[in-house]
Design a protein around this ligand. Sequence first.
Ligand code: NDP
Length: 295
Amino acid sequence: MPSTSEKTQVSHVSVLGLGMMGSALAAALLRAGHSVTVWNRTSAKTGPLVAQGALPASTVADAVAAAPLVIVCLTTNDDVREALAPADLTGTVLVNLTNGTPAQARDLAAYAHKQGARYIDGGIMAVPQMIATPAAYVLYSGDEQAYEAHEPVLAAFGGTKWVGTDPGRAALHDLALLTSMYGMLIGVTQALALVRSAGVTASEFAGPLHAWVSAMLEGVVPGIAEAVDSGRHLTDVSSLAVNQAAFPNLTATYREQGVSTQLFEPFQKLLDRSIAEGHSADGLSRLVELLDDEG
Ligand code: NDP
């Protein structure tokens, strides 16, 4: 295992993968003044980065050998495993920013260690256009010593958030945040389908929708978090009983308007179960525990 002291002055970084995200990461490193070697499976994609000052590598092995810090951003972790296979990782700090599961991150960490490398996993909480702006941040977990040594370089992408030494932790946080995003998008999608069925345009409805979702997030999340952590689910805000009674109005209206109910039926089932199990006076926070049960 390499010592990190020899890596603390890293100013040469290799980036593997120049898709939309990898290209944004490499460009941010260049703008921050680092020397950057780039590799992409389809080599033509190195052109724009080379025009900005990057050095092209024709193989993964060459790119890994070129720099002590290697950033990887491919479509899946299977692609990462496949791409890294021919490379000698000895002495490398590998930062994998590919979206994946916690188990995949742990497997890759074990693989990297076996190859004599240090491993940091990351979850990018931004789209490519946000990279290097104050709105972007990246979650990191894994080898803390390597992270501390290289955090100043990683800061080129935006904010850095360390979440723990379990290599799978960044992916878990990332997927939890994405879960809330997809949940919100399910609601937005259904709401727009519903108003559209009545001749209201999406643009017309976008303002009230945005204001409502923002106000609900701000008003509801802290209370739910407090109830989940304390286990005190009794509420004076909105009981499960009243939600269960109101929810069929949603699905009935979808049917009347010819809009699919498929995205919302599972939530009705969960509400029904909460009442059947005797939680009618509790608030919506109780549902977190019911999902635990379904584990
Ligand atoms: P793109 O589709 O734009 O790029 C995918 C990249 O992966 C390309 O460089 C592609 O190479 C490469 N690749 C795919 N399969 C292989 C393989 N088997 N071997 C070698 N290289 C391979 O995707 P993005 O850049 O948008 O996303 C990359 C990662 O970043 C994903 O895990 C994504 O979830 C994550 N991410 C993306 C965000 C976004 O908004 N775009 C936001 C947050 C995370 P080639 O050019 O040759 O096809």
